[in-house]
Design a protein around this ligand. Structure first.
Ligand code: UD1
Ligand code: UDP
Length: 372
């Protein structure tokens, strides 16, 4: 019997984390599936550790990353380099994840070659063209191009249905980030980072921070930094901030936040260390998509520094609060959680509205069921 040739295309940190469990699952079906991995290299240093952790060895590496790359750089380099491989290999299915430019370009390349695409994490929407930018349009266009839609939640399924997607092509699977999180949390881990080992998690309120969205560059990023600096005036607080390598993040963060004793600016952390911090911290301050899906698993209150979110499930469950990027408001909301045990308790219920850890199994089952 002819094996199904499935090519997974990934490029950035969150794609590796969220597709790793799917790739591992595809590998378990060797008798039916010939699984290959194309790394676009949209991110370079920020993905290597994650590939190793999940034991993924890309079959192709397109090595597209440029320093301070524009959306034109990423799009054109992805498309041209993917074309060559896909034309030669002609897989039966291309698998992509989320809303990055790597994901959209891979689906578009597939469409030009009439190769079907499966979209993991389909149906997330803010319905705001420029927020997040360019992700909202990337994922809307991905929905138009894709053939199989793996929606993480009921809300995502609803969005796809309202856009006229054939219900037979929509599969509600849960989010694969929960699969990754569970598989990593179950492994033994000893923190080896000296700086982090010296942080007093017992007596201090530790805030874990991440921020990287393109629509925040400039003024909003400065406002976020101003808020963080002000929060650090409280001597009972320690802020841990692994800084994204994008120069538009690095510059303002280093300029405004360096030199304060209780603000710890770090290089991007490996996944196990980051998950360890999610588990140990007091609250999370973020604009990240993936982090919004992970923190609830550990009952950590989330302050989301964005105007809109496609992850409303956490907000509705009361474990996340959307506060925007105004520094005053960010400080106010964080202070509420630092000072009011009631407010903290209300937001720190463990449970995850995004998945149950079995999404990858459902995705591979759906692929085999519909194409195998
Ligand atoms: C990308 C995705 C975004 C996702 C984010 C996850 C797009 C358009 N954006 O945004 O959806 O949320 O990844 O982190 O697809 N850099 C390095 N080394 C790395 C990675 C990045 O130096 O390993 C620097 C480079 O200067 C690079 C810049 O960061 O040019 C921007 O990378 P890019 O992938 O274009 O944008 P992100 O902001 O990372
Ligand atoms: N993450 C990590 N180390 C870090 C920061 C984030 O391992 O220093 C992980 C985090 O657990 C989450 C993912 O990276 O799974 C989120 O990636 P990012 O915020 O870059 O992208 P987004 O999810 O916003 O697209």
């Amino acid at each position: 019997m002819k094996k199904l040739k499935v090519f997974t295309v990934l490029g950035t940190r969150p794609e590796v984390i969220k597709l790793a469990p799917v790739i591992n699952e595809l590998e378990k079906h060797k008798e039916k599936i010939n699984s290959k991995v194309i790394l676009t290299g949209q991110h370079r240093s920020m993905v290597d550790q994650f590939l190793k952790l999940f034991n993924i060895k890309p079959d192709y590496d397109l090595d597209i990353m440029l320093k301070n790359q524009t959306l034109f750089d990423v799009s054109s380099r992805c498309l041209l380099r993917l074309a060559k491989i896909l034309e030669k290999e002609r897989p039966d299915l291309i698998l992509v994840e989320g809303d990055t430019t790597t994901a959209f370009m891979a689906a578009l390349a597939g469409f030009y070659l009439k190769i079907p695409t499966g979209h993991v994490e389909a149906g997330l929407r803010t319905f705001d063209k420029y927020r997040p930018f360019p992700e909202e349009i990337n994922r809307q266009l991905l929905t138009v191009v894709a053939d199989l839609h793996f929606a993480p939640t009921k809300k995502a399924v609803g969005n796809l249905r309202r856009e006229g997607i054939d219900p037979k092509r929509i599969y509600m699977t849960g989010n694969t980030v929960v699969d990754a999180l569970y598989s990593i949390s179950s492994r033994k881990y000893i923190l080896k980072n000296e700086l982090l080992n010296n942080i007093d998690f017992k007596n201090k309120k530790v805030i874990l921070v991440t921020a990287h969205r393109r629509e925040s560059f400039g003024g909003p990023m400065l406002s976020i930094c101003k808020a963080i600096r002000q929060i650090a005036d409280d001597p009972d607080v320690e802020l841990i901030y692994p800084v994204h390598l994008n120069p538009n993040v690095q510059k303002p963060v280093n300029k405004i936040l360096s030199g304060k004793k209780n603000i710890h600016l770090l290089d991007p952390l490996d996944y196990q260390t980051f998950v360890y911090l999610l588990r140990k911290c007091y609250l999370v301050l973020t604009d990240s998509g993936g982090v919004q899906e992970e923190a609830p698993a550990f009952g950590k209150p989330l302050i989301v520094m964005r105007e809109v979110t496609e992850r409303q499930e956490g907000v509705e469950a009361g474990v996340a609060k959307l506060v925007g990027m105004d520094s005053k408001r960010i400080v106010q909301e964080v202070e509420k959680l630092l000072k009011s045990p009631d407010s903290y308790k209300k937001m720190s219920r463990a449970g995850n509205p995004y998945g149950d850890g079995k999404a990858s199994k459902r995705i591979v089952r759906a692929i085999l069921g519909s194409m195998g």
